[in-house]
Design a protein around this ligand. Structure first.
Ligand code: NI
Ligand code: MN
Length: 226
């Protein structure tokens, strides 16, 4: 059985057989991140894109722990140039790891790394479909609603992590449509209430999916089994 912990915003910690992973470890600077999150020792970091609220502390965490960073190829190459061990994949690609499999999914968004105001890396944002102990978790990354999400129904997703804050990503109404496309066993909302532009009411999102999909609202620091 696997475990997932919400670290606020879009940051999660996953644990299962052979894997201890961060997704989008935005910890310092994240007003919601629990203090103890920085003590976790991941062996993998999954990065959906390079925006600061997702890249977060990836470079320092990976240097400290030796975690392997999985991202789209351009971002992976950038992080490799910073001395990290990486696996560069791309949207639509799936590969096996010792713990299970990982597929990169489309995300409609932007991404890039700026150093002193100069764009040094332009990468393609993505989501992740991560199979751990035979169960699939979908982290949508930052994205608008896409029809491609209908393709995920066949993947039998156990747990979908969906942005609901609007402004930069889906709002609660589009995220409810996304859940209808994906038909996961459970949905955990993310990417809301961290900053004023993405304030929304997760209980309203839960109400929209009443009787259709089980929505679990996790407070930062809370865990659930999958
Ligand atoms: Ni973003
Ligand atoms: Mn974001």
């Amino acid at each position: 059985m696997g475990m997932v912990q919400f670290l606020g915003h879009s940051a999660f910690y996953l644990e299962g057989t052979g894997i201890r992973a961060f997704i989008d470890p935005f910890l310092s600077g994240n007003p919601q991140a629990p203090d103890k999150a920085s003590e976790l020792e991941p062996n993998f970091i999954f990065l959906t894109h390079a925006h600061d609220d997702h890249l977060g502390g990836t470079i320092s965490i990976a240097k400290k722990t030796g975690a392997v960073v999985v991202a789209t190829n351009e971002l992976a190459m950038y992080l490799q140039s910073k001395g990290l061990e990486v696996v560069g994949m791309h949207v639509g690609g799936r590969r096996r790891f010792d713990f299970g499999s990982v597929k990169l999914t489309p995300a409609f968004h932007g991404s890039g790394v700026f150093e002193e105001g100069v764009l040094v890396c332009s990468d393609t944002p993505c989501g992740f479909l991560i199979e751990i102990d035979g169960k699939k978790i979908y982290h949508a990354g930052d994205t608008g609603l896409t029809v491609e999400m209908t393709l995920l129904e066949e993947e039998n997703v156990e747990l979908a992590l969906l942005p609901i804050g609007g402004h930069y990503t889906m709002d609660i109404w589009d995220a409810a449509r996304a859940a209808g496309f994906i038909k996961p066993q459970k949905v955990v909302p993310m990417h809301y209430n961290t900053f004023p532009p993405i304030e929304t009411d997760p209980s309203e999102f839960k109400r929209l999916l009443d009787g259709k999909v089980d929505v679990v609202i996790l407070k930062p620091g809370e865990t659930m089994d999958f």
